[in-house]
Design a protein around this ligand. Structure first.
Ligand code: AP5
Ligand code: ZN
Length: 210
């Protein structure tokens, strides 16, 4: 399964639900890259020497780095939900060589809501669980409900970086969504609903298409 959408659409939140409910692996390039922010990629002849330098500004990490991560993760996964990839047409082409997809889900959310969601997001530093100070607060402020870890504000969730991520999305990733839109297994879901509303639509879509 593939979950597409702009930054802040709820891909991470809902992919975790899918992984749990349908017993598949959650493959997320964002988390994989965050665990490797300091990796030395200078040998690949890239503009910057580490993924982190691209990420903190909201720029895309070079395709060669990301493609290798996804290829490795998909080879070892039985079933999967992919979140954060493909982000441009070149990556979509690579993915086609790696695997087939049963369902492609696109979450649509307007820009003002995306900015509110991302600037208010808090993420567990230990297990990666997602919260929002207003829309999805933890039971105890700053503490993860799942594992007791510390909740942090991502460096690319400042308003400036968020605006840049949205521009990068429009330019590179919106064409990927249009590319899948014509497929029979494509479903567009209104991501501005409540968390439960979005989840209900996703469950229905997967049960129908998969
Ligand atoms: P990545 O981590 O993938 O970030 P993203 O795509 O910008 O997506 P987010 O994680 O910000 O948002 P999300 O859609 O998962 O929303 P979430 O569920 O958290 O990528 C980060 C960086 O890594 C990129 O900028 C790039 O540099 C690099 N990168 C990653 N993949 C790459 C690739 N393939 N190629 C090149 N570079 C790559 O929800 C957001 C907030 O809203 C949360 O607080 C949540 O609680 C809340 N929320 C969710 N749903 C709802 C709802 N229905 N109602 C109210 N609040 C909600
Ligand atoms: Zn946690």
């Amino acid at each position: 399964m593939l979950l597409l959408g702009p930054p802040g659409a709820g891909k991470g939140t809902q992919s975790s639900n899918i992984a749990e409910e349908f017993d598949v692996e959650h493959v997320t390039t964002g988390d994989a890259l965050r665990s490797n922010k300091e990796m030395d990629i200078s040998e690949m002849d890239t503009e910057y020497d580490t993924p982190g330098e691209y990420m903190d500004q909201g720029e895309l990490v070079p395709d060669a780095v990301v493609n290798a991560i996804v290829e490795k993760a998909l080879t070892s996964a039985d079933g999967f939900v992919l979140d954060g990839y493909p982000r441009n047409l070149e990556q979509a082409e690579q993915l086609e060589d790696m695997t087939d997809l049963d369902v492609v889900i696109s979450l649509s959310v307007g820009e003002a809501e995306l900015v509110d969601r991302l600037t208010g997001r808090r993420v567990c530093d230990d297990c990666g669980a997602n919260y929002h100070v207003e829309f999805n607060p933890p039971e105890e402020e700053g503490v993860c409900d799942e594992c007791g870890g510390e909740l942090i504000h991502r460096e690319d969730d400042t308003e400036q970086a968020v605006r840049n991520r949205l521009e990068v999305f429009e330019e590179n990733t919106a064409p990927v969504i249009d590319h899948y839109r014509e497929r029979e297994n494509f479903v567009e879901i209104d991501g501005e609903q409540s968390l439960e509303g979005v989840w209900n639509d996703i469950e229905t879509a997967i049960e129908r298409k998969a």
